[in-house]
Design a protein around this ligand. Structure first.
Ligand code: ATP
Length: 222
């Protein structure tokens, strides 16, 4: 089984690490691919570059032997000269491992938007989806996505290469990268130590990296 957990990881945070651990427990997997998306960050706020996001992901993964930083999508985007769509990344994996059980991990907030993804119906032909119940994002689906989800719903670990949807009921942490970026920005002008706002929400090495590199508008007092 190959398990891919894709994200912008701007920055990778404790919610991602916790979620990856829960997936690894639920599927009895020794390795979760943390797949960095080359999508640019948020235009209206200071974000981190792809290289910085990659470095932070490497640091977070170094703390947990189950997490493997995966740059497939970043390398693909460089080759193409544009961000790679999820469906294309999945096709690349499928070509390399035609018979493997492939699992794409996605939060409930992102899954609700699946119908807007490029060639989204094909995603179900290429992989299984594992949906994380993210706090504040109940899985209320409608229309075709609701029907497809119901028809493909699994009650246990996927056994086929593709086609199933498993909703994980393990509790997730209420952490988001948007809120972390906002907290970092808000803490700085007031001269507060930003540590109180975000230290518990980030892997320690990522927290140190953000301070050292003054990312997200942080003016470090360290
Ligand atoms: P942003 O706030 O910038 O949108 P984010 O916190 O959602 O960022 P992403 O890198 O966009 O982080 O998320 C990657 C994947 O991880 C998505 O599928 C998202 O739903 C999921 N995810 C993010 N945070 C959590 C969390 N706390 N618990 C479970 N899943 C999460």
């Amino acid at each position: 089984m190959i398990c891919l957990f894709g994200g912008t990881f701007d920055p990778v945070h404790a919610g991602h690490v916790h979620a990856a651990g829960a997936v690894s427990d639920a599927l009895a997997l020794a390795k979760i691919h943390m797949l960095l998306s080359a999508r640019p960050g948020h235009r209206d706020e200071p974000g981190a570059s792809v290289d910085q996001r990659w470095r932070m992901l490497e640091l977070a993964c170094a703390d947990d032997p189950r997490l493997y930083p995966d740059d497939t999508e970043v390398r693909r985007a460089r080759r193409l000269g544009r961000p790679s769509y999820t469906v294309e990344t999945l096709e690349e994996y499928r070509r390399q491992t035609p018979d493997a059980v492939l699992v794409w991990v996605v939060g409930s907030d992102a899954y609700r938007d699946l119908g807007t993804w490029h060639r989204w119906r094909e995603v179900f032909e290429l992989c299984n989806l594992l949906v994380l119940n993210r706090p504040g994002a109940p899985l209320q689906l409608s229309g075709e996505l609701a029907a497809i989800t119901q028809a493909r719903r699994l009650s246990g670990a996927p056994g086929e290469p593709a086609g199933g949807v498993l909703v994980l009921d393990a509790p997730m942490r209420d952490v988001s990268a948007t809120r972390i970026r906002q907290a970092l920005r808000a803490a700085t002008p007031a001269g507060e130590r930003f540590s109180a706002a975000v230290e518990d929400l980030l892997p320690p090495a990522v927290y140190t990296y953000i301070k050292q590199h003054q990312l997200y508008g942080v003016v470090s007092d360290a």
